[in-house]
Design a protein around this ligand. Structure first.
Ligand code: MG
Length: 388
């Protein structure tokens, strides 16, 4: 029996993790749930999974949750970063699922690692901000980080049983998002509503916009660099609109190993929880005859500038990926609020990166500092941009 703390339980990955856990109750037990503001859904989850602890974002919501539970449950309610850290480090937790959005997941995830918990990681921002630190700490503690990201799950499956020294490169596939074929002119007029419609995956708002700008793919390259200990120039990005091949690994002799699966996050979630086993799932099998053709293309870095910015940040290393992340969070938010256009997202990020002098990240405080510096700098750049 694996005891699990699920951070981000009311988000897209959280909801799907609970579906996987519900289907395998003889293997997994929910000990704690961490959510943000959606206490309606959290309330339902508490009633169903009866965790010992639940944490929300602030004391007001914690009080509201307590009064709505009205002594009908034994779940202890905590709040804030301290609450998330406490549930991620409980002595009987074996694994923390890190499925919070953005940089808010950094501290709880890092705390879980330093407390010796395995981590199933959906929150790629944590690796972008503090990859080197997270990886060295996980080696020190002897814990595993299992990716909950379809691409990295595919890579992990494709390196099973192969010799690490034979690995030549990683081929990271991406659908290209909803705007793959749009011209620069059309891209400049894209609305948040249009960007929130992804052709193959339904996901949270932040990651859906990141997919549309291809920032998500760039961040995934940085994520792959850390998870699989490769150099940035060993990672190639390949467009694959059908999202059937979730990524590939090429070996020295020219062999390429790929993983194919339906586009459903329950598959990478299930593999992260049950690694190295592939447990029975409820999904219909992949019908290759029905799909018929798989096609590939090259990403257009001119139209999707965020991809290049992320790859550059990954190559520069040190604090730069944290800067990329912090600026991106602000820019995406501004786009969602209708303050800037789609093509201004990379402009905000690029200007923030230009203003930054990199420094090494040797502590979690430095990682947070870099991310926050980028956020406040990006806000200033944004004010100027919108003011004009
Ligand atoms: Mg992905």
């Amino acid at each position: 029996m694996k005891n699990i703390c699920l951070l981000g339980s009311t988000g897209y990955i959280g909801i799907n993790s609970l579906r996987v856990i519900k289907d395998n109750q003889e293997r997994y037990r929910i000990v704690a749930l961490g959510a943000g503001k959606n206490i309606d859904l959290l309330l339902t989850q508490i009633k169903e999974f009866k965790p010992r602890f639940a944490a929300v974002i602030n004391s007001d919501l914690a009080n509201e949750l307590k009064s709505r539970l009205n002594n009908t449950s034994n779940t202890e309610i905590l709040y804030g970063t301290e609450g998330y850290i406490k549930i991620a480090t409980l002595s009987d937790v074996n694994m923390a699922i890190a499925a919070m959005t953005g940089s808010s997941g950094l501290l709880p995830t890092f705390s879980a690692i330093t407390a010796g918990k395995d981590v199933a990681l959906a929150n790629k921002e944590t690796l972008v901000i503090a990859g080197s630190l997270l990886m060295s700490e996980s080696r020190k503690m002897g814990i595993n980080i299992f990716p909950i990201d379809s691409e990295h799950s595919a890579i992990q499956q494709s390196i099973q049983g192969h010799s690490r020294e034979d690995l030549k490169r990683i081929i990271l596939t991406g659908s290209g998002g909803p705007f793959m074929d749009l011209s620069i002119e059309s891209l400049s007029k894209v609305t948040p509503e249009e960007a929130l419609k992804h052709p193959n995956w339904s996901m949270g708002r932040k990651i859906t916009i990141d997919s549309a700008t291809m920032m998500n793919k760039g961040m995934e390259a940085i994520e792959a660099k850390w998870l699989f200990d490769v150099e940035m120039d060993q990672i190639d990005i390949l467009l694959h609109p059908q999202s059937i091949i979730h990524s590939m690994v090429e070996y020295m002799d020219g062999s390429i190993i790929a993983q194919l699966a339906p586009t459903d996050m329950r598959i990478p979630i299930s593999y992260a929880l049950s690694y190295p086993r592939h447990l029975k799932g409820e999904l219909p099998p992949l019908d290759l005859l029905d799909i018929g053709k798989l096609s590939f293309g090259k990403p257009d870095k001119k139209r999707f500038r965020c991809l290049d910015l992320a790859l550059d940040a990954g190559k520069i290393g040190e604090s730069m990926p944290a800067i990329l992340n912090g600026a991106n969070e602000i820019a995406v938010n501004a786009f969602l609020e209708g303050k800037i256009g789609f093509l201004q997202i990379p402009q905000v990020i690029e200007k923030t990166m230009e203003k930054h002098e990199v420094f090494p990240i040797n502590s979690i405080d430095q990682a947070i500092e870099a991310n926050q510096w980028a956020q406040s700098r990006a806000k200033k750049i944004l004010e100027k941009m919108v003011g004009n």
